[in-house]
Design a protein around this ligand. Structure first.
Ligand SMILES: NC(=O)c1ccc[n+]([C@@H]2O[C@H](COP(=O)([O-])OP(=O)(O)OC[C@H]3O[C@@H](n4cnc5c(N)ncnc54)[C@H](O)[C@@H]3O)[C@@H](O)[C@H]2O)c1
Ligand SMILES: O=C(O)C(=O)C[C@]1(C(=O)O)C=C[C@@H](O)C=C1
Length: 378
């Protein structure tokens, strides 16, 4: 048993998370990684994979994972006794129960985001379901710290109940929104025609809907079908929408009162004044952020992280040219690089902006990765 430098085995090594985990373990933790995937990584048999590793991680499709795990238990036939088995499936009870039929130590994990572009899970939650953990505890802690995820502990049952709300409900309502738009938007200018009319709420909801439509359909399908707590949640969701429809159809004052009482007042009391106020303020801040991100003139600059004062040097470029700044946001590029996105006043001349961009590059202050409103016509 090697707890210092365990060899990692990935089941589903060619998938989005399998590839991310390989890079994470090799590059961030300096560990050797073996894998198997029926699509593109079949050099090792299932038995040979188990023989070659110390920690086995299942990152296969949700629907198939419990059966895949049971097959690995069968193939292992006891040689897994000293090993740690993990999975990252979005549902926890069935995979964890299947792993517990092995003799390995067992922990279920669920990172609360798609495989990120960044090298770690910084800023993302990860649910940790410790099911049978003894000698591997210290290494697991080391791995969780290296992941930089915000870890939250729960048993598998509670995880699945919570996920019926955090994922099942959110995905269901946005998939339904996508379907309603598909049916009703063509009559009023289609998706693009509606965009200029956006409220902040619509913009945020459409970001979620489009994220779901951009993702792996099997995941959204399986989260609805494989989590036993989703069906009862859908019953409640449908019941409330049915009530709302009936109240709106009836249209009288009693119906208005009932809507207000059941869908606003009671929920407001339940959530509590402070949480309501915090959420409302978070919405406002997101609104300002979206407004800044929609500003037509900006420059996005990658700044080397290891140079104190580099932001001040960058800002001096704008100061020297008399350019007024509307906003500064630090964010991540699609590749995960730290960027500063500088929104500049709309009346800034494009020539002056181009000069600022040249200075940023030529003086080695940073690298301009994106810009808008800098062409002659703008
Ligand atoms: N994508 C996300 O948003 C996300 C987030 C958190 C957790 N997860 C979980 O990660 C797991 C993998 O998700 P993904 O996004 O990498 O999906 P993916 O479809 O990209 O990868 C799944 C991989 O499993 C392989 N596979 C299929 N059948 C297999 C089998 N019988 N044995 C071994 N491998 C098999 C596939 O060939 C594929 O390469 C899922 O359980 C999912 O719930 C995904
Ligand atoms: O697209 C993302 O980044 C997600 O957060 C994906 C998402 C989610 O929508 O809840 C989907 C499945 C995973 O289990 C975790 C997170």
């Amino acid at each position: 048993m090697t707890h210092d430098k365990p060899r990692i085995g990935l089941v589903g090594s060619q998938g989005a998370y399998g590839r991310w985990l390989r890079r994470f373990f090799e590059e961030r933790m300096g560990l050797q990684v073996l894998g198997r995937d029926p699509h593109g990584d079949t050099t090792l048999s299932e038995r040979a994979l188990i023989e070659g590793i110390d920690v086995l991680i299942f990152c296969a499709p949700i629907r198939e994972t419990p059966a895949v795990i049971r097959r690995y238990v069968d193939r292992a036939a006891g040689i897994e006794r000293e090993q740690l088995w993990l999975d990252i499936t979005s549902i926890k009870a069935a995979p964890v129960a299947a792993m517990l039929t092995s003799q390995a130590e067992v922990v279920g994990l669920h990172p609360m985001s798609a495989a990120p572009k960044a090298a770690t899970l910084r800023g993302r939650a990860m649910v940790v379901c410790e099911a049978r953990l003894h000698r591997w505890r210290a290494w697991l802690e080391q791995f969780l710290v290296a992941s930089e995820a915000d870890c939250v502990r729960a048993d598998a049952e509670r995880h699945d109940r919570v996920m019926a709300l955090v994922q099942g409900m959110v995905h269901a309502t946005h998939m339904a929104q996508g379907a309603v738009l598909r049916e009703l938007a063509p009559a009023v200018g289609d998706f693009d025609g509606i965009r200029p009319f956006s409220s902040v709420g619509y913009e945020l909801d459409m970001a979620v809907t489009r994220r779901i439509l951009a993702g792996n359909p099997a995941i959204y399908q399986d989260i609805q079908f494989e989590n036993p707590y989703v069906a009862p949640m859908l019953e409640r969701l449908a019941a409330h929408l049915d009530t709302l429809r009936d109240l709106v159809r009836s249209g009288d004052d009693a119906a208005r009162d009932e809507l207000r009482e059941k869908l606003l007042t009671q929920s407001r009391t339940y959530v509590g004044e402070q949480a309501v106020a915090e959420g409302s303020y978070a919405f406002e801040r997101l609104g300002y952020l979206l407004a800044d991100l929609h500003e037509p003139r900006y420059i996005s600059v990658f700044l080397p992280l290891d140079r104190p004062g580099s932001l001040r040097t960058l800002l001096s470029v704008f100061e020297q040219r008399g350019i007024n700044l509307d906003s500064i946001h630090s964010s991540r590029s699609a590749e995960g690089e730290l960027l500063f996105r500088i929104g500049v006043a709309r009346d800034t001349h494009a020539t002056v902006l181009r000069d600022a961009m040249r200075a940023i590059e030529h003086e080695g202050i940073g690298r301009v990765v994106d810009a808008a409103g800098v062409s002659e016509a703008s």
